[in-house]
Write a protein that binds this ligand. Structure first.
Ligand code: SF4
Length: 178
């Protein structure tokens, strides 16, 4: 299955808990003023690769880098490509990696979209932490963990699905991620 990417960073400590590999997907409809990744907006930009090859690439990295905790899907808007990312996430979790996803959509918007697109619920089901909402320059705060503006939330996706309301990661799930 094909996926369109903007790039990959092999090691980051700024895009979720612990040391993470970051996949930047290509294509974003949000046009947030002040976006730091404008090159990722064009849905025809970047380059196309396939999920199996991407998985094998990451698997090799996990063999030589035991400190890698997980993989982050950033962008761009990852949920534009929910189907290949859900497939990739499932395979990566079988390696013991956890999944963080960014989205310019809120969790509630994604949940509504998931009613018509099964791939969105499939990706949410494979995601531990969702950093949701558009970047808002007026709410910019450099002191926030893993995000740029105060409106963006750290959503514990598995707890949220389990209880049926948005559960903020900092409140309940910190112990699991410590
Ligand atoms: S959602 Fe992210 S990549 Fe898309 S415009 Fe907003 S800040 Fe940029």
């Amino acid at each position: 299955m094909e996926i369109r990417l903007a790039g990959i960073t092999q090691e980051s400590i700024a895009d979720g808990p612990g040391l993470r590999l970051v996949i930047f997907t290509q294509g974003c409809p949000h046009n947030c003023p002040g976006c730091h990744n404008p090159d990722t907006h064009d849905i025809n930009g970047g380059y196309v690769t396939d999920v199996e090859g991407l998985y094998q690439y990451i698997e090799k990295i996990t063999v030589r880098n035991k400190l890698l905790r997980g993989v982050t899907f950033s962008g761009g808007e990852p949920f534009l490509q929910a189907k290949p990312l859900a497939l990739l996430a499932k395979k990566l979790r079988s390696l013991g990696l956890d999944i963080v996803a960014y989205s310019g959509f809120t969790f509630e918007q994604l949940a509504a979209m998931a009613l018509k697109r099964k791939s969105i619920s499939a990706l949410l089901e494979q995601t531990e932490l969702l950093i949701d909402g558009q970047y808002k320059a007026a709410e910019r705060d450099l002191g926030l963990a893993f995000r740029g503006s105060r409106n963006q939330r750290l959503v514990d996706v598995q707890a949220t699905i389990a209880v049926g309301r948005v559960v903020i990661w900092e409140d309940l799930a910190q112990k699991r991620w410590a």
